[in-house]
Design a protein around this ligand. Structure first.
Ligand code: G3H
Ligand code: 13P
Ligand code: ZN
Length: 335
């Protein structure tokens, strides 16, 4: 049993409580490799932001869970080296699919886990989430549950249809399970294609797709039922069109990719939404930078020459999210 506390990590309880009161959100960035992690830690350290490092099932099988945990441990040391006296870094399991997966992460140094029982019948979701909470809380590990199903299909995170969270269920769910935060479904989805062109309108000036608004009425109803309770938004990438353009101009093919407009995420961050999950935007930044290098210098074969620019672009993206969208800059308890 390795305690996250020995690794210098923190759970999400304190930072969520401050974020809800302060009207901002903590960034939860997925990582699969060293370059993503370096960019996340540099961005969070330089902006003095708490940060959540998310590891998905896909990341665990791609990069190896043990290696990722050592990388996260290294991240704490790296943040200190960058001048952060007391970094607040959470190592979080994203979309945990079973009690066993959550237990294995808790036992190996994760400070927070998500148990995603959103696809199960309600009572089974309650029972599974409660079981994970009972185990996790013995070790002061925080637990995110989910109610409502996101639309979209992406790798291991599959949901064909979207079922918005039912506000009438949230009090019962949170009370029965004891979870520390709740992921909800209000119209976001995973991946770079969050809406079909038919669901959007087109901006007559730019020709770009304009997605429909998120269901803020449902978020308001949930907040009314659970005042001050930490709410989580998955599928919150904005799919920056400048990256899509670079990708498409350099041999890629991402027609009609569309995400959540940033002003909607700003509005959500100012509410009880205190954790915003971003993965696809980082993938797009990485891919855009690499494709550009390959087009401009086809003879390049040193991975540092294309992973380096990718890392720089991701760092710029993470800083932008922290400072201009989520508002978590300068929010470390000890600066
Ligand atoms: O929520 C989903 C994340 O984007 C993780 O995706 O399973 O492909 O790593 P992944
Ligand atoms: P995006 O695909 O919108 O980045 O969502 C990521 C996510 O929700 C990870 O759990
Ligand atoms: Zn997710």
């Amino acid at each position: 049993m390795i305690s996250y506390k020995e690794l210098g990590l923190v759970n999400s309880r304190e930072m969520f409580s401050r974020a809800v009161k302060g009207g901002y959100a903590i960034p939860a960035f997925n990582f699969n490799n060293m370059e993503q992690l370096q960019a996340i830690i540099k961005a969070a350290s330089e902006t003095k932001s708490p940060v959540i490092l998310q590891v998905s099932k896909g990341a665990r099988s791609y990069a190896n869970e043990t290696l990722l945990r050592y990388l996260a441990q290294g991240a704490v040391a790296y943040a200190k080296e960058l001048g952060c006296k007391a970094p607040e870094i959470v190592l979080h399991l994203d979309h945990g699919d079973s009690f066993e997966t959550c237990k294995s992460c808790i036992d190996s140094g994760f400070s927070s886990v998500m148990i995603d029982g959103s696809h199960l019948p309600y009572d089974e979701n309650v029972a599974l989430t409660k079981k994970v909470v009972e185990y996790a809380h013995q070790f002061d590990v925080t637990v995110e549950g989910e109610l409502g199903v996101l639309a979209g299909v992406e790798d291991d995170v599959v949901a064909e249809v979207s079922h918005y969270t039912k506000p009438e269920e949230v009090i019962d769910f949170v009370t029965k399970t004891g979870c520390d935060s709740l992921a909800i479904s209000i119209g976001t989805s995973h991946g770079a294609y969050k809406f079909t062109p038919e669901q959007c309108t087109r901006d007559p000036k730019t020709g770009l797709l304009v997605p429909p608004p998120l269901a803020f009425d449902i978020l308001d109803a949930i907040m009314e039922k659970l005042p001050g309770f930490p709410i989580v938004l998955h599928g919150a990438s904005s799919v920056p069109q400048e990256y899509v353009k670079i990708i498409n101009e350099n041999g890629g093919k991402l027609p009609d990719a569309v995400g959540i407009p940033e002003e909607q995420l700003r509005k959500a961050s100012a509410s009880a939404v205190c954790k915003i999950n971003i993965d696809s935007d980082s993938r797009l930044a990485f891919t855009a930078a690499v494709r550009k290098v390959f087009t401009e210098t086809p003879g390049e074969f040193d991975p540092r020459k294309y992973c380096g620019p990718a890392r720089s672009l991701m760092e710029e993206l993470y800083k932008h999210k922290i400072v201009n969208v989520l508002g978590s800059d300068g929010k470390l308890a000890e600066v």
